[in-house]
Design a protein around this ligand. Structure first.
Ligand code: ADP
Length: 360
């Protein structure tokens, strides 16, 4: 019976990806009890506006083809497509997607975006890990209000570090490796070996996304790190200012050089929302959009300068956890949804490796 139902589901498309539920790996449960069947399926957006129609379609097909079944319950949960990559399966088994959050220059709010993006993805129902790899200023433990250090446990006979779990996000930080206030000059190979340790010696278990908060810039260290991690893609954070855009351009090009697709730009500090509701475009307007159009990638969202973003970041409970329904919270939510769609879409496309023509 389960097999028959699976066959039926292989003829029905997930609405956002136009590919059937079975090939996407989005059939999570089929439980038959007497003449009842309960099905749990994955979907790219759990706030899909035509659930009743989709449920009816599934229900209709099943009772039509299997007359013994009288009742069909269909449940949906977030579905994330696995990035098919051998190196990733080897170093990070169980992690579906790895994403670098990068910026061409410091101070554009990259860590703030990384932490709130991790939060927004978690709130969408994804299992999320975050590696704070910003060797110049690992600030994420502070932003998440973490004071402890990871514990070591035995797993499969070997010692593994347990990431710190906070608000549902699993975190490792390069800051855990250094004493507070000590100045360390990281060199490329050192940073790269610390990251390797964070991938292979940490018990990440099942994750939909592992985000890396990268050190800002596009120098040797950033390039080495981008090659060290088997990346699904990057997101590049910029402000609308010309100087930041030109650095973001370099960020995009760096990932392109190492064959990592840029999943989109995020424009931070896009405007200041004044108390009367009008927008003041302090750093100029439309820069992120211009950049996205130039490279033909998505602009995943535009985040305002919002005092609450700064206050909540400093207080150890980022805005996505303390005020998810605020204006900025809604924007981070939209960014998470856009990113999920981008990742799922990219993962079902045949590889577009440069110089290789794919004949279908
Ligand atoms: P980066 O990682 O690029 O160096 P951070 O994320 O550490 O930047 O942000 C630098 C400072 O700017 C932090 O104090 C942060 O709270 C603040 N900040 C970042 N984005 C915003 C924003 N959209 N609105 C208000 N403050 C912000």
């Amino acid at each position: 019976m389960e097999q028959k139902i699976k066959e039926i589901l292989s003829g029905i498309n997930e609405p956002f990806l136009n590919k059937d539920f079975v090939s996407l790996g989005f059939v999570y449960e089929i439980a038959v009890k007497g003449d009842n069947v309960k099905i749990r399926l994955g979907i790219t957006d759990t706030e899909y506006n035509a659930f009743p129609e989709l449920k009816n379609k599934i229900w209709g097909k099943i009772v039509e083809e299997i007359p013994e079944i009288k009742k069909v319950d269909v449940d949906f949960m977030l579905g994330i497509v696995n990035h098919d990559n051998k190196q990733k399966e080897h170093v990070l088994p169980g992690v579906k997607n790895t994403i670098a959050v990068a910026s061409g220059k410091g101070g554009v709010g990259k860590s703030t975006v990384a932490v709130n993006l991790a939060a927004a993805l978690t709130l969408e129902g994804a299992k999320v890990g975050l590696i704070d790899a910003d060797i110049y200023g690992p600030s994420i433990p502070m932003m998440l209000g973490i004071n402890e250090r990871p514990k070591v446990v035995k797993s499969g006979g070997v010692n593994k570090m347990l990431p710190i779990m906070q608000y549902g996000i699993k975190l490792m930080s390069i800051g855990f490796l250094v004493e507070d206030n000590s100045a360390i000059v990281w060199r490329g190979p050192m940073a790269s070996s610390a990251l390797k340790q964070f991938m292979s010696e940490v018990l990440w278990e099942d994750l939909d996304f592992l985000l890396f908060d990268m050190p800002p810039g596009t120098g040797d260290i950033q390039l080495t790190l981008s090659q060290t991690i088997p990346l699904t893609g990057s997101v590049v954070v910029t402000t609308p200012q010309e100087i930041s855009l030109s650095d973001a351009r370099k960020g995009h090009n760096m990932f392109e050089k190492v064959n990592v697709p840029n999943l989109g730009f995020i424009e931070n500090m896009s405007y200041y929302l004044q108390p009367d509701g009008t927008k003041e475009f302090i750093f100029g307007q439309g820069g992120g959009k211009k950049l996205a159009d130039e490279f033909n990638v998505k602009l995943l969202g535009e985040i305002p300068i919002d005092t609450e973003i700064r206050i909540t970041g400093d207080s150890g409970k980022p805005i996505m956890f303390s005020k998810p329904d605020s204006e900025s919270g809604k924007i981070f939510k939209a960014i998470a949804k856009n990113l999920i769609l981008e990742v799922n879409t990219k993962n079902i496309q045949p590889s577009k490796a440069k110089g290789i023509e794919i004949i279908v």
